[in-house]
Design a protein. Sequence first.
Length: 83
Amino acid sequence: MAGFAERFRNEGMQQGMQQGMQQGMQQGMQQGEVTALKKQITLKFGQLPTWAEEQINTASLEQLETWIERILTAENLENLLNQ
């Protein structure tokens, strides 16, 4: 019985560690996208306004990727973030 409990506990710990690593990787990717987008915006449009920074900081990874693609053709910051 002790073997089963130990195996069950070890599997749970391993699963928890995997989930933690996946979450960490996801957060790292998202932070990288945020950093890249902010740099692109600053280079193209100048200083990043507070409202835009807040919107970027709370965006999903999917939204960030969309904005990173659209910045190449965006005429201004408002059009980039509000489409």
